[in-house]
Design a protein around this ligand. Structure first.
Ligand code: HEM
Ligand code: HEM
Length: 241
């Protein structure tokens, strides 16, 4: 049995009672809420040319966060690792059957079906960044913009499945999963917990994101008055004589 992702029920064989244990390290939690916020922000600013730079900035941020998450999925803490929640079709199917019967097996980390949705969301976010970049840089025809929009719609649908899955799991297991993504903590056996929260890595992630936003803001052209061309930025390198 893979103890890294499964859960032993309350009165465990060795009689140890459940405690409050750390499951999601700080980088996973910060990644999650920043990623969700960037997705929402990019979605809300997608249609208007006026908000294009904000859209692009949030889109690139989401793309950068995904790259970080892919690395953290290889070197991060126990439940952050892909090896702890990416499962083959048989395991996923068994979990879904349990879900349909109303008593899915509880997992300390992501459950196998949630794992599939998470991997699909990360893959679509990569595709979204690449198609967005290509559209923004006129690397193809209008079809690229349409492809970008279709990928965004697909990701939105998956987010719907994801949030519904979180709500259903929370209800079936009588467990506040949203709170766990905030505090990082769940009920479990003491030896199942993660030892370090890695707040330093999360702090570094936040600094890099804020620095990127500041840099984008600083380099942005002044807002045009309606109907006029963007105001030219002064050329700081030009000499007066
Ligand atoms: C209000 C909205 C949301 C809530 C309440 C929520 C909640 C959660 C929870 C509870 C988990 C952990 C699931 C588990 O216990 O296995 C999770 C994971 C995840 N969610 Fe969300 N989520 C929301 C929005 C989003 C959005 C908008 C996205 C993507 C654009 C997203 C992407 C992810 C990803 C990628 C993970 C995996 C985290 C990781 O392992 O790094 N979520 N979410
Ligand atoms: C979380 C990431 C992103 C989401 C959810 C997203 C979503 C969308 C959506 C829904 C549209 C269609 C708007 C419409 O016309 O109705 C759109 C358009 C666009 N996006 Fe994104 N996008 C993301 C990332 C990016 C990135 C990283 C870039 C560029 C670097 C980008 C550049 C563009 C451009 C240039 C358009 C206009 C396309 C056109 O009019 O043909 N997007 N985006």
């Amino acid at each position: 049995m893979n103890t890294s992702s499964t859960y032993r029920n309350k009165d465990d064989a060795d009689g140890t009672a459940d405690r409050d244990i750390l499951v999601w390290d700080a980088p996973v939690r910060l990644f999650h809420w920043l990623f969700a916020a960037c997705f929402a922000g990019a979605w809300l600013t997608a249609e208007s040319e006026h908000w294009r730079l904000v859209h692009v900035t949030l889109g690139y941020t989401a793309g950068g966060l995904v790259i970080f998450r892919l690395v953290w999925g290889l070197v991060g803490t126990k439940y952050a690792r892909f090896s702890s929640f990416v499962r083959g079709p048989a395991r996923v199917w068994r979990y879904v059957l349990g879900l349909l019967r109303g008593h899915p097996r509880r997992h300390i980390g992501h459950n196998p079906a949630g794992g599939v949705v998470i991997v699909a969301m990360l893959a679509l976010a990569c595709a979204l960044t690449i198609t967005g970049w290509a559209t923004y840089n006129d690397a193809g025809g209008t079809w690229l913009g349409e492809l970008h929009e279709s990928v965004a719609n697909l990701l939105l649908a998956l987010v719907g499945v994801h949030v519904a899955g979180v709500a259903v799991s929370s209800w079936l297991h009588r467990e506040n999963l949203i709170g766990a993504m905030v505090s990082g903590r769940k009920a479990g056996q003491p030896d199942e917990g993660v030892q370090r929260a890695w707040r330093s890595v999360a702090a570094l992630m936040l600094v890099v994101v804020l620095a990127f936003w500041w840099w984008q803001w600083h380099g942005a052209p002044a807002l045009p008055l309606s109907g006029q061309d963007p105001v030219q930025q002064p050329d700081h390198n030009a000499s007066d004589d």
